[in-house]
Design a protein around this ligand. Sequence first.
Ligand code: PGA
Length: 258
Amino acid sequence: MGGMNRKPLMVGNWKMHGAHLEAIQRVQKLSYLLDPGDYDRVDVAVAPPFTSLRSVQTVIEMDRLPILIAAQNMHWEEAGAYTGEISAPMLAKLSVSYVIAGHSERRRLFGEDDRTVNRKVKAALSAGLTPIAAVGETIEQREAGEAARVLRGQISGALARIPTEDIPRLVVAYEPVWAIGTGRHADPSDAQETASALRESIRKRHGNAADRVRILYGGSINPGNAAALMAKRDIDGGLVGGASLDPHTFASCVRYWK
Ligand code: PGA
């Protein structure tokens, strides 16, 4: 678990899986598996597809569940002629707390880059949402010894012109691209080294506010490896994809210490 009193955050990224009825069931089952002690120890969030956000919000409010809602993406403008897009204020109205910006699938498949990530981070902050800025190197970059440089570029791009006073609210997700959906998670010591390097690069510009940023690891987290990853000093939680679709395996990731 992360140091400096950072409360761990475990986010289930459902990606493009399931319609709203399935989402309702998934969140209800998850709530049966978790107890108040778990929520005291870990912030628990789920990131359903847009079409399920309203349904998930309704279940959470009706049953007063301490589960937080995340969105997987959004547009940076508040409103306008942007067919097919969703804005930060729309998400805020649905009690969404977090929004992922710059997931590697969006960078690779949908042309997201550091500039759009930065716009989304700013828009999320001004709507009162917490951005989860995702960064990660590809296998080619890693093998060429370029991972550190790539990650420094991504993090400074994502956080460009964010005032230091907003930095403590941020969440960063380190997700090595080669570990996403591959069953091949990063070695916990390597992930710690990278998380620490990311924190130091935030510190260069923002000083000790960097100690308040939660840095998540993502990429093939499962109940078998979560504890070892979460034990690391600079890793303050996880972004869980495949293992979050089954409430049992996601609950085991949330309760990684048990
Ligand atoms: P994975 O996905 O856990 O299935 O590797 C993680 C992510 O893409 O956030």
